[in-house]
Ligand binder design. Structure first.
Ligand SMILES: [Zn+2]
Length: 136
């Protein structure tokens, strides 16, 4: 039961990160409440954004304008959902993976990243491990 929860939680997080990275790549504010098609600007229904399933059902096309998104989203979603589920046992690694996933998606589409989102996390890791002893 816990594995199903972890899988579903990771699917929501990964889908949100992919949408956020795609939005930033297309100069769309993250403050917009609804997801929409980047080609026809039509608001997407809840059943259009179910991770992996919607991409398979819609055959990687927009339901409204039939613009082809490519297999990119479904493959990335499924891959990172599985990776996130495997990393779930170590929260520090999982959070680092989520941050790096976002930056890698941003880098793929824009060739630039918002590296400053890593600074608070790196600071936390330094505080967390500042008294760690190194045994040689
Ligand atoms: Zn569309």
């Amino acid at each position: 039961m816990e594995n199903i929860f972890v899988f579903l939680f990771n699917s929501i997080i990964v889908s949100t990160i992919i949408c956020a990275a795609a939005g930033l790549s297309n100069s769309v504010s993250l403050k917009i409440q609804r997801y929409f098609c980047f080609y026809c600007d039509h608001n997407l229904a809840w059943f259009d954004i179910i991770p992996v399933i919607s991409a398979c059902v819609l055959r990687n096309k927009c339901r409204y304008c039939h613009a082809h998104f490519g297999h990119y989203y479904a493959i990335f979603e499924l891959s990172y959902i599985l990776i996130g589920t495997l990393l779930w046992a170590t929260p520090v690694t999982w959070i680092t993976g989520v941050l790096l996933l976002f930056l890698s998606l941003e880098d793929c589409s824009k060739q630039s990243i918002h590296a400053n989102i890593l600074f608070p996390w790196i600071g936390y890791l330094l505080i967390l491990h500042h008294d760690a002893h190194i045994y040689v």
